[in-house]
Design a protein around this ligand. Structure first.
Ligand SMILES: C[S@@+](CC[C@H](N)C(=O)[O-])C[C@H]1O[C@@H](n2cnc3c(N)ncnc32)[C@H](O)[C@@H]1O
Length: 374
């Protein structure tokens, strides 16, 4: 379906005047163009929107993440102030569920200050209403603006929306993948004329052997380095959850999602979510390079099971009607399932912490943190 896309005319004008545009810049404009960007103008979540995320599937997800934050707080010596930071908090659902779970621990609940890093004004309004009544809450444009202090940081489906570079292997080296205009003036993919000098030396070993025509995707390390250096220096831990791969490898995962289906990423720019899978190996490498400790990554299903999601589901089902019970059971399957539509293995979870935190809940085999919620 073709919709009116005011961003498309802008992009075409830009390409006509400045030449082909790298894929990362195209993605950045599609998502965050100040007037027509996808994440500037709408709430894309839920059944009526374009996609559904884990916190929107079930309250169990945010509740368990709340308990995870509590376990980190205890492990770092129960500081009197803990900053609970969420990057890209959507509708505020994860934070609301996490805070509800944390109420069972008054000393921690009272020490919390909540920080939401969000660029989308429509979603900020939703978050304000979801989290009305929460004291000590602030919104920020970037993690750079969050005041210092021990922190637990959540980033669920945040990294996949950060702009990605695509490079393509040709006989003479690796070339930046670009968006350009075809002979009819339509957007199409192409490759930059010249190879990127000495790009091979930066490539992970598996990718160096990729065949001609292979695509490799990479994101700058800036965002993960900010997160990792913050927890390294100021105590605490970050939890990164996203769909992606454990090993850096070649492959084209640049995609658009509209109304719960895949769409052509060059059609209707600004009207669909454009994303690419997260390369967890590169997040691990960047975090370890600057001296933070990495836990995982592990499949989301394993992580949630270790945190006690099955017990939590049983507790909720015991108090629910037959119909609600069925909903809880299908939400559980969706969150931990590994079959079609399941998020259990497609999504990975990794934590980054200060170096002295040798283990955090959800990553070892023993069942350390069980849900103990009313
Ligand atoms: C895919 S949604 C995930 C929402 C939420 N974490 C959830 O799981 O429901 C991406 C979120 O990141 C926000 N976002 C996108 N780009 C961002 C950026 N550069 N800085 C901060 N937030 C951003 C979006 O507005 C949205 O809240």
């Amino acid at each position: 379906m073709t919709e009116y896309s005011p961003l498309q005319s802008e992009l075409k004008k830009l390409i006509k005047t400045s030449g082909p545009m790298p894929v990362w810049r195209y993605m950045e404009l599609c998502l965050t163009h100040p007037k027509f960007g996808y994440y500037v103008s709408r709430d894309p979540l839920g059944r009526e929107g374009d996609f559904t995320t884990a916190p929107e599937v079930s309250q169990m997800f945010g509740e368990l993440l709340g308990l995870w934050a509590a376990s980190v707080w205890k492990a770092i010596g129960s500081p009197q102030l803990l900053r609970l930071i969420e990057l890209g908090p959507g509708r505020g659902t994860l934070m609301a569920d996490a805070l509800r779970a944390l109420r069972v621990l008054p000393p921690l609940y009272q020490s919390l200050s909540v920080h939401l890093v969000e660029i989308n004004p429509v979603l900020r309004e939703k978050q304000r209403s979801t989290l009305s009544g929460v004291r000590n809450i602030a919104w920020h444009d970037s993690i750079d603006d969050v005041p210092d202090g021990p922190a637990v940081i959540f980033a669920n489906e945040y990294f996949d929306v950060l702009p990605v570079h695509q490079v393509v292997r040709r006989e003479n080296g690796w070339h930046e993948r670009v968006v350009e205009l075809d002979s009819h003036g339509k957007l199409e993919f192409g490759v930059a004329t010249d190879p990127i000098p000495r790009f091979e030396v930066l490539l992970p070993p598996l990718v160096r052997a990729a065949p001609i025509g292979a695509v490799f995707e990479w994101r700058p390390d800036a965002e993960i380095m900010k997160i990792a250096s913050r927890v390294r220096d100021q105590d605490g831990a970050a939890l990164i959850i996203d769909y992606g791969h454990l090993r850096s490898d070649a492959g084209d995962t640049f995609q658009a999602i509209a109304r719960h289906s895949f769409a052509d990423p060059l059609k209707n720019p600004g009207q669909a979510d454009v994303t690419a899978h997260v390369d967890f190996q590169s997040l691990v490498r960047a975090s370890e390079d600057i001296g933070a400790r990495v836990h995982g990554p592990v499949p989301q299903g394993d992580f949630l099971k270790r945190l006690g999601i099955e017990t939590r589901a049983v507790t909720l089902m015991a108090k629910a009607s037959h119909e609600v019970s069925e909903d809880i059971s299908s939400a559980l399957k969706r969150l931990i399932g590994t079959g079609r539509g399941g998020m259990g293995s497609m999504f990975k979870v990794m934590a980054v912490s200060e170096p002295n935190l040798t283990s955090v809940a959800g990553f070892a085999d023993e069942q350390e943190t069980k849900a103990e919620l009313p």
